[in-house]
Design a protein around this ligand. Structure first.
Ligand SMILES: Cc1ncc(COP(=O)(O)O)c(C=O)c1O
Length: 376
């Protein structure tokens, strides 16, 4: 099976994991945890990193640190992986789902601006949803597939309307906007190291921030909020969300490989664009000139989505449709969905992702291209 975006264990993973096993440092503390946190933070251009058990946990804690509380709102794009919205629900808040741009597949900032102008007001220095006066605490941009929206414009809107930014940067390790890495634009940013991501720890996440106090709080909350080094005194309801040393060891090895993985993802992206450009009605994700994406998951758009999915999967070339838009999921049907013409649905019905693991060979890419061409 040619995997969609599988792990590439090609460096010091065995060596560092063996080191953990040999020394007995396998669990929740150890040198690799600190090293991994520092490596990710430094790569993302942030001062602090806090490792977590996965990206979803990172988002949950980041929202709590952004002071998102029960019955608040968080603005999020309608096309994303469910974990973005689940993390909002865990905090007792609700999402405001904003429709996406049909070309970049990111939150449509024109619509966001319309929404903020027409549907919100300011009360006691906070942004409120006019329909019920409930507070909108923050915006969670999601850098979908490693692409990035116009961050200057987004930050300006957030500033103007007193909204914090918590970035769902889970897919965007290695992506830049105007030379600045994702994750460090807002209050906090979250990365994922799930098996399909550009680097993986099997499962894992890191919260990044430039705020020392928030970093300390993130560490505290994710490690059961223990306030005494000896006695079991805990000063709030924390979580066991730490990343274990064995997995962090794998992460350190993967971080060493990251520059080569980004390079390979970009080559794969360029190859597919070149070979599939002009085939039938196929189009690709639009990347704005100020964005330097990590090209994490190669995704194309076509009216023949179902046929392409069928032929690739029939030939053991793993390919997947886009996420079902959040407004269509049973749990979120009563949440606010702000749209003009439901372009999420347009994107959802046409997009599909195709094999692009960093260890895919050029010959395998050619084979995928041939199969796709045969549909047209
Ligand atoms: C957009 C998005 N948000 C959140 C997550 C959650 O990350 P994790 O699977 O590490 O919990 C993922 C990835 O899985 C993702 O793609």
């Amino acid at each position: 099976m040619l995997l969609l975006s599988g792990p590439n264990i090609a460096g010091n993973e065995w060596k560092y994991v063996k080191d953990c096993l040999d020394t007995g440092w396998v669990s929740s503390v150890g040198a690799y945890v600190n090293q991994f946190e520092n490596m990710v933070a430094e790569f993302a251009g942030c001062k602090y990193g806090v490792a977590t058990s996965n990206g979803t946990a990172a988002l949950q804690v980041a929202l709590q640190l952004a002071n998102v509380q029960r019955d608040d709102y968080v603005i999020v794009p309608n096309v994303t992986f469910i974990a973005s919205v689940n993390s909002i629900k865990y905090s007792g808040a609700n999402p405001i789902l904003i429709d996406v741009d049909p070309q970049t597949w990111q939150m449509d900032l024109n619509l966001l601006k319309d929404f903020l102008e027409n549907e919100t007001g300011q009360k006691n220095g906070q942004c409120v949803y006019l329909k019920n006066d409930r507070v909108i605490k923050c915006i969670m941009p999601v850098h979908v597939l490693g692409n990035v929206c116009d961050m200057d414009r987004l930050m300006k809107l957030a500033d103007e309307y007193n909204l914090a930014i918590v970035e769902d940067a889970t897919e965007s390790l290695g992506s830049y906007y105007k030379g600045r890495h994702t994750g460090g634009f807002g209050l906090l940013g979250c990365f994922s190291f799930n098996g399909n991501k550009i680097i993986t720890t099997g499962g894992g996440g890191v919260i990044v921030t430039n705020n020392e106090e928030l970093a300390k709080k993130a560490k505290h909350l994710t490690t059961q909020a223990k306030s005494d080094t000896f006695e079991y005194i805990h000063d709030e309801v924390g979580y066991n969300f730490r990343l274990v040393n064995v997995l962090a060891a794998m992460g350190v090895a993967q971080m060493e490989l990251l520059p080569s993985f980004i390079k390979r993802k970009k080559t794969i992206d360029a190859m597919y664009r070149k070979q599939l450009g002009g085939v039938g009605d196929i189009t690709f994700q639009k990347v704005e000139p100020l964005v330097d994406p990590n090209c994490w998951l190669f995704t194309l758009m076509t009216d023949k989505q179902k046929m392409v999915l069928q032929i690739l999967n029939d030939h053991k070339m793993q390919s997947r449709p886009f996420w079902v838009p959040m407004n269509k999921l049973r749990m979120f049907q009563n949440d606010v969905y702000y749209t003009n013409d439901d372009r999420s649905d347009f994107v959802y019905k046409r997009c599909l992702s195709i094999p692009c693991s960093t260890n895919i060979t050029d010959v395998e890419i050619d084979a995928v291209v041939e199969k796709i061409k045969s549909v047209y």
